[in-house]
Design a protein around this ligand. Structure first.
Ligand code: DSN
Length: 411
């Protein structure tokens, strides 16, 4: 019996309940993944007990010699993995990492360009009710209405006209390759800071399955828990000339003590990401996404932009006559976890949009391949056609459980 089950049975039960949900269900949320047991062990370690304000070799409190070893390992491994000149591994999560970039490089009221949230951006990319839209002048850009892909000519034209101080690329719901080299060129042409948020695609960038902007962008932020498959947190990578500003923005600008247990787990995850198995895993994520996309199209479901180059797919449900939010609920009952999402030029709202976003990082970690993606695509197609057929939902749920039992994640 575990100590937790004895000391706090209610919390123990909720964790067990979540474990069963994760084991028995098809996880298709594009930003989620399953960390290794080694990452879990580091996250649950006694490093949580320490305070370490400052940076390795220069801390405010005593007793940080072991913490310094772990943080330096995380930094060195991230540098090697992405070819980064400077890395700050202390951001607690993606939004604080992005906040630090604004804080370091802009003054209040300065302008920057970022993709609109409803086109696939992120709340910290300039949404009016987020700090990024409230304290800075957000110049929005979108995707082309026909191709539903980034229109680089329009972005270049707008940048030349409006001369933003910073241009942000990298997205949360964009299924296509991001033309980072062109973004760099545009930034050079207009004299803007060049920033990418690669949270979704970091694992693909690290393994060569997506162009890696880190070596030639001014600053790159990423979460560490999506395709990179590390603990829930973030980091900032930048050129040496921005290092001092970025470090000061994180501490003491925005954060206090770093989460040392999480930083240790980042180091573990980065080591894992350097192994040949992780490269194979990243390639399989994309193969799985393509194969799932093909099956969904065979089921009559339209994919935004007509397909995918990465780990995610955006389903356009406009012509199905179904509401995405209802479908997400019914799919969940069938054991398939997804999220509703706006699609470009959506006529709905963020709470009632016309799209569903799915991705393959988590299922690929379980070891699933193209043949399993075909099954998942068929189940989604069946539920989309008859979302209120309870017998069908029960049948799919039973089949989902049976499949999941063949792909155990945590023994
Ligand atoms: N919530 C994340 C996602 O799902 O993409 C972004 O922060």
């Amino acid at each position: 019996m575990s100590i937790l089950s004895e000391k706090d049975p209610e919390i123990y039960k909720s964790i067990q309940c979540e474990k069963e949900r994760q084991m028995d269900g098809i996880e298709l949320i594009a930003s989620e993944n399953y960390v290794s047991e080694a990452v879990l062990e580091a996250m649950g370690s006694i490093m949580t007990n320490k305070y370490s304000e400052g940076y390795p070799g220069k801390r405010y409190y005593a007793g940080n010699e072991c913490i310094d070893v772990a943080e330096n390992l995380a930094i060195d491994r991230a540098k090697e993995l992405f070819g980064a000149a400077h890395v700050n591994v202390q951001p607690l999560s993606g939004s604080p990492a992005n906040q630090a970039v604004y804080f370091a490089l802009l003054e209040r009221g300065d302008s920057f360009m970022g993709l609109d949230l409803d086109m696939g951006g992120h709340i910290t990319h300039g949404l009016k009710i987020n700090f990024s839209g409230r304290y800075y002048d957000h110049i929005s850009y979108g995707v082309d209405k026909e191709t539903e892909m980034l229109d680089m000519d329009a972005i270049r034209k707008s940048a030349k006209e409006k001369k933003p101080k910073m241009i942000l690329s990298g997205y949360t719901a964009y299924p296509r390759e991001v033309p980072f080299k062109e973004f760099r060129e545009i930034c050079d042409e207009v004299g803007a800071f060049c920033w990418a948020d690669i949270a979704h695609i970091a694992g693909l960038c690290a393994t060569g399955y997506h162009e890696n902007p880190v070596p030639y962008f001014d600053v790159v932020t990423t979460t560490t828990h999506k395709t990179l498959r590390g603990p829930r947190a973030a980091m900032i990578m930048c050129k040496e000339e921005f290092a001092a500003k970025i470090d000061k923005a994180i501490f003491p600008g925005l954060q206090g003590g770093p989460h040392d247990h999480i930083n240790a787990a980042k180091a573990v995850a980065f080591k894992e990401a350097m192994q040949p198995e992780f490269k194979e895993y990243s390639g399989q994520i994309i193969k799985n996404a393509k194969s799932l996309g093909e099956e969904l199209q065979a089921q009559g479901i339209r994919l935004v932009s007509g397909g995918t180059d990465n780990h995610l797919l955006l389903l356009d449900l406009t012509k199905t006559g179904q509401r995405a939010k209802h479908l997400v609920e019914q799919l969940d009952k069938a054991g398939i976890c997804t999220n509703k999402n706006t699609i470009p030029y959506d006529t709905g709202t963020p709470w009632d949009p016309n799209g569903i976003r799915i991705g393959t990082p988590a299922l690929t970690t379980r070891g699933m391949k193209e043949s399993e993606m075909k099954m998942v695509g068929e189940w989604i197609g069946q539920v989309v056609k008859s979302p209120d057929d309870n017998a069908l939902i029960e049948k799919v749920n039973a089949e989902v459980k049976e499949l999941c039992q063949q792909f155990i994640i945590y023994k």
